[in-house]
Design a protein around this ligand. Structure first.
Ligand code: SAH
Length: 476
């Protein structure tokens, strides 16, 4: 995080703005809206500022900036048309540890003024850390259309009931539960459609009729997190992640995805590296049951799709036996994500009429698969968890009739900014894995469709864009 976001209370506090032009005027207008006492220092004022002065909203010192103007201020904005003056103000303010913003000169700022969406008391601030004010404004425009104008009224309604709700429910989880139900239901809908009085009555009714001890029944959401790119999450996955009390995740879940879960949700890492199971599957199953019985909303995040080599079936069967409610949310499986992001269609009229997903996991030192059915020239085979068994895979596929020159793609950390695609063939597969030092998670695609990679590849991870690797290390 480059900048630390905060919302400052400037009500009745002294702020300095140097500069009297339209650039300064925009910042002054914001400060005035926030209730600040603004002193503007500038030989001349533009019409906008002159009007504010007229109305008694700001005080004006009609002269150049002087060092003593910084005395007793809590915040400084420099927007003069003279670079050296702006620089001096920035240096002096920094020397006094006063937060300072120089308009359009990020290198001279200790804080930036974000683009804002104002639904007071709800406010959304957008920053690109000064990298691109235009991008921040575009994003703001999109958010404006997403966040109904009525959010401010909703927040005010909630505020007027806060005391009553506090008295009714003694614990924080009870209150949170009450508000979550209310804010995601009828009350909001009524308010957004302009029926404020009905919304107020509905809220009152919900409060009057609420049980003293609203017993919370926990639930488990088994959520497919996709192969790594957070944009590939489903809407439902995101919504449930943002409601979760606890997130139980393993090694395959990429850090940027975990970051999207509710900020104060507890995060539990349950591992699973090869030969280094942090918790056994049985223990994970039991953990989910226990958390749900404690009344928690548990998101069990799984890489890819929970029902494809994800042991999702085992987890929900334990939940069922214990009477715990659950939902399963499908995700984009690694085969699909990695193939797409490496420009390899899994089927193609001219190359492959079928595709199979198999596990190349070693069991008792071998890979037990129906090789005869797999070794079919017009079929694409995708191996999950196959790095350790590659020797057996190529040996068996060749022995069962596939040519040694059959192309193979190895896709490591597919769909992420660390994606690597290595093309080889069956004969050189084992050697390639060794020489290129491929590491899990890697998926192996075997078939003629791999030839299309050269022509169709389109996804270019930015060099060095995301240095964060998938970790076995829990990150919170
Ligand atoms: N349920 C998951 C698969 C779990 S098995 C899914 O549907 O995708 C774990 C294996 O999936 C890894 O060993 C690797 O072969 C593959 N895999 C998962 N994510 C991957 C990624 N981002 N890039 C490449 N392979 C991946």
């Amino acid at each position: 995080m480059d900048l630390f976001p905060v919302f400052l209370d400037l009500e009745n506090r002294a702020c300095l703005v140097a500069g009297g032009g339209s650039v300064a005027a925009r910042k002054v207008a914001l400060l005035v809206r926030a209730g600040a006492r603004v002193q503007v220092v500038a030989p001349k004022l533009c019409d906008e500022l002159a009007a504010l002065k007229e109305q008694g909203q700001i005080s004006h010192s009609a002269r150049e900036f002087e060092d003593a103007d910084l005395d007793d201020k809590v915040l400084v904005i420099a927007g003069t048309d003279r670079h050296e003056v702006n620089r001096r103000i920035s240096e002096l303010a920094n020397a006094r540890n006063l937060p300072v913003n120089v308009v359009d000169q990020p290198e001279l700022c200790s804080f930036i003024v974000p683009s804002i969406i104002d639904r007071s008391p709800v406010q959304i601030a957008v920053s690109t850390g000064g990298a691109s004010p235009v991008l921040a404004r575009l994003l703001r425009a999109r958010l404006e259309s997403y966040v109904p104008a009525a959010y401010g009224r909703l927040a005010k309604l909630v505020e007027s009931f806060r005391e009553q709700v506090k008295q009714r429910f003694t614990t924080i989880p009870q209150r949170r539960q009450f508000w979550e139900n209310v804010l995601q239901g009828e009350v909001s809908e009524l308010l957004f459609s302009g029926r404020d009085e009905l919304a107020r009555r509905s809220l009152q009714k919900a409060l009057d009729e609420s049980e003293d001890e609203p017993h919370r029944i926990g639930e488990v959401y088994l959520v497919g997190a996709g192969p790594g790119d957070p944009d590939l999450l489903t809407f439902r996955a995101l919504r449930l992640m943002q409601m979760a009390d606890v997130v139980v995740y393993d090694r395959l879940v990429a850090p940027p995805i975990l970051d999207m879960a509710r900020r104060d949700a507890e995060r539990i890492y349950v591992g699973k590296e090869r030969d280094n199971h942090t918790l056994t599957q049985e223990n994970i199953n039991q953990l989910l049951v226990r958390l749900a019985k404690e009344g928690k909303r548990v998101v069990r995040l799984k890489g890819g799709d929970p029902f494809i080599f994800g042991r999702g079936g085992e987890e929900i069967s334990t939940l069922m036996e214990n009477g715990v409610a659950f939902q399963v949310v499908p995700g984009i499986t690694a085969a699909s994500g990695c193939a797409t992001y490496s420009g390899i269609p899994l089927t193609h009229r001219d190359y492959a009429q079928s595709v199979v997903f198999v596990t190349g996991h070693l069991q008792d030192g071998t890979v037990n698969l129906n090789w005869k059915a797999l070794a079919h020239p017009n079929q694409t085979i995708v191996f999950y968890m196959g790095l350790h068994g590659v020797g057996i895979v190529s040996e068996q596929l060749i022995a069962h009739g596939l040519p040694a020159t059959m192309p193979v793609a190895l896709v490591q950390q597919g769909t992420t900014q660390n994606q690597r695609v290595v093309i080889t063939d069956l004969e050189r597969l084992e050697q390639t894995v060794r020489e290129e030092d491929l590491k899990p998670p890697t998926i192996i695609i075997v078939g003629h469709v791999v030839e299309l990679h050269e022509k169709l590849h389109w996804f270019e991870p930015l060099p060095g864009a995301n240095p964060r690797p998938f970790g076995g290390v829990p990150h919170v």
